[in-house]
Design a protein around this ligand. Structure first.
Ligand SMILES: Nc1nc2c(c(=O)[nH]1)N[C@H]1C(S)=C(S)[C@@H](COP(=O)(O)OP(=O)(O)OC[C@H]3O[C@@H](n4cnc5c(N)ncnc54)[C@H](O)[C@@H]3O)O[C@H]1N2
Ligand code: MOO
Length: 623
């Protein structure tokens, strides 16, 4: 045995799974295994909460088998469902999965219960201790009460420690060495790594090329806009105090005229166009529709007199200087992703070469001996498929403020993958691979990344996307005479699963938000990460920057008791329900890219045994 025994805990309870009661038993068992006495021998897989499943034979068996097949546990401990009532079916659910039994462990549990329990009820409890038939996993089924479960487990823990070599030596332990961490932990690992990176370099770009780029510094207005009191209507500049009545038209001012008009005296008006500067002395504008011609004059020039039909307040239909942009204000903050409106603002201020952040460089490659270029024509040799991930990810990256270096397809050959990753780490800010991160003998990416830096996670409790891997790599200088990397500088590496849907979904969940943060000036990035509050366990588990919304399901959706799922859905607004209705894109297999085609969102389907009913509220990540 290499390390501590990895224990998965399952609470079997209708009331906990329906949210009617708190999982005190699961919490108690986790606390016991994490206590000072036992934490050197055991670690709890799956974070700080037990898996919860209802008292249903199929659901219990399915969950426990998934946990064992996953390779992330050495021991599964269930609590609950061992009593005599009709709903107590844990031993029956486990029976088909089990091989060798350990009656001694069961006898020990009964002895302890007899000693500690005031009532004889313990004798009706049916605890289980056995080795799984098909996996090197020990299965222990405990009674469900917090006191009973803890009392039964603690005395048998020494037997579990000594039993390990017996079962690990049989069918060798072939699970992943990477624990399957919860989404929130994965998010935190990415945020911690991004937070520690230096501020990106900055460059200036022409205004026409600046849309979508990230502003590197605050842009402050040095003058008021409008720079003069400007008319908001075509009509007549007036002295508001004059009120309604007939007045001579003494001048005509149009937008753009650069001659200062003479001061307007009370008892007279000036014809004016929208955007023209108000003559000194005028304090309001009356739109032409609220006037009548009193004396048209010759008809060639402005009318000689008009009747103002309504009296107006001072300031009516006038934009005072600085009302749109006041001198001294920060118009655009560093970190703003420039939109067309922002380009207009910069143009207003006369900023024609804004300083922006240098686009992070993403080095993209696909791994897989089976892959050929998308452009390969005709029938492919047996076993070969076209590389869809790289064109797909490149297309997605094209919508982001990043520069892409395409390293093409790399065969599953250790030397070739190692060389490609080393080149990527020398030339990129972020390395993005797909394929080669699961359990096959040709899945080389994880071990190679481990030699180049630190792997922060190698599996995430997520569907699709379980083998998603995130590492930070030491930045290697691109050439011998290149400047050494800045202290603390590192290259982010995301090794996405090869299944195309898994690659796309995990790109959306981790890579796109990480790139957005990477492209922020340090102060803005730090603030964005702090605002995300991922260090607060009650905060949302997703990366900041994702566009979240709520929706109701258009139909029931089955849930996975082992992993939360990001189900591809099409959202449609329902005026009747005043809500977005989410409808599945069909079979969600992670090789079936059609499930992502046309999807407008990823609906978060929680990890649970019961399906979500039609109309259930779900969180969605907008795509
Ligand atoms: N024993 C286990 N096997 C697998 C597990 C597991 O837990 N235990 N996890 C499965 C899951 S979940 C996923 S997702 C995949 C991920 O596998 P890899 O990341 O190692 O990817 P590959 O094996 O290289 O490829 C998987 C699949 O995708 C196709 N592929 C790969 N790259 C591309 C590409 N660029 N364009 C199109 N299609 C691609 C490849 O041909 C495979 O069909 O592992 C499961 N296995
Ligand atoms: O987790 Mo894999 O990405 O389901 O297919």
């Amino acid at each position: 045995m290499t390390d501590r025994l990895r224990v998965g805990i399952v609470t079997v309870s209708d009331s906990v799974s329906q949210g009617k009661s708190r999982d005190a038993t699961g919490a108690g068992l986790i606390a016991l295994l994490c206590s000072e006495t036992w934490s050197e021998s055991f670690c709890v897989v799956g974070g700080h909460e037990a898996h919860v499943v209802c008292d249903d034979e199929e659901a219990i068996g399915g969950l426990v088998e998934d946990m064992m097949a996953d390779g992330s546990v050495d021991v599964v401990v269930t609590a609950g469902g061992t009593g005599p009532s009709p709903r107590d079916v844990t031993p029956e659910a486990l029976a088909p999965l089990l091989g060798k039994r350990f009656p001694g462990i069961v006898a020990l549990m009964h002895m302890i219960s007899a000693e500690k329990s005031p009532s004889p009820f313990w004798s009706l409890s049916r605890p289980v201790a056995a080795l799984a038939a098909r996996y090197p996993v020990l299965v222990i089924a405990l009674p469900g009460s917090p006191k009973g479960a803890i009392e039964c487990l603690e005395p048998v823990l020494p037997s579990l420690v000594i039993s390990d070599p017996c079962f690990a030596a049989g069918p060798s332990r072939r699970g992943s060495k990477y624990p399957m961490i919860p989404l929130a932990e994965a998010t935190k690992a990415v945020l911690d790594a991004v937070a520690g990176l230096p501020s990106p370099d900055t460059i200036t770009v022409a205004l026409e090329a600046a849309v979508g780029r990230v502003l590197a510094e605050d842009v402050v207005a040095h003058a008021d806009f409008p720079p003069f009191p400007a008319s908001m209507k075509d009509g007549y500049a007036v002295v508001a105090a004059d009120g309604a009545g007939t007045y001579p038209v003494v001048d005509d001012v149009v937008a753009g005229a650069n001659e200062a008009p003479p001061s307007l005296q009370p008892g007279s008006v000036v014809r004016i166009t929208t955007g023209a500067p108000l003559p000194p002395g005028a304090d309001a504008v009356v739109m032409v529709e609220r006037t009548e011609v009193a004396d048209a004059g010759s008809g060639d020039g402005p009318e000689l007199a008009v009747t103002i039909l309504d009296s107006v307040q001072a300031g009516a239909d006038v934009r005072p200087p600085g009302c749109d942009i006041a001198a001294g204000t920060t118009v655009l903050a560093a970190g703003t992703v420039l939109t067309p409106a922002d380009i207009g603002l910069l143009a207003t201020l006369g900023v024609v070469a804004p300083r922006v952040v240098r686009a992070p460089r993403v080095v993209l490659l696909s791994t897989g001996t089976e892959l050929v270029e998308a452009g390969t024509e005709g029938e492919l040799p047996r076993g070969r498929i076209r590389d869809s991930n790289r064109p797909m990810l490149a297309a997605r990256l094209a919508a982001l403020p990043v520069e892409v270096v395409d390293l093409g397809i790399v065969a599953d050959d250790e030397a070739a993958v190692a060389a490609a990753l080393a080149h990527a780490a020398a030339h990129g800010d972020l390395v993005l691979t797909s394929g080669g991160v699961s359990m096959g003998q040709k899945d080389l990416v994880k071990p190679l990344l481990a030699t180049m830096g630190s792997i922060h996670f190698g599996r995430v409790c997520l569907k699709p996307g379980k083998p998603t891997t995130f590492a930070t790599l030491a930045r290697t200088p691109a050439s011998a005479d290149a400047a050494p990397p800045a202290p603390g500088d590192a290259v982010l590496a995301f090794a996405l699963p090869g299944n195309p849907v898994s690659a796309l979904v995990t790109f959306e969940l981790f890579v796109a938000p990480a790139l957005a943060l990477l492209a922020l000036p340090l102060a803005t990035r730090t603030a964005a990460i702090a605002a995300a509050g991922v260090r607060d366990p009650s905060a949302p588990a997703l990366m900041p920057g994702l566009a979240l919304a709520g929706a109701v399901l258009g139909h029931a959706i089955a849930c996975d008791p082992a992993r939360p799922e990001f189900h591809r859905v099409v959202l449609q607004w329902s005026a009747r329900e005043s809500a977005f209705v989410a409808n599945s894109t069909g079979v969600q297999r992670s090789s079936r890219l059609a499930s992502a085609s046309g999807a407008s969102a990823l609906a978060f389907i929680p990890q649970q045994s019961e399906p979500l009913a039609k109309g259930a509220a779900v969180d969605v990540v907008l795509l």
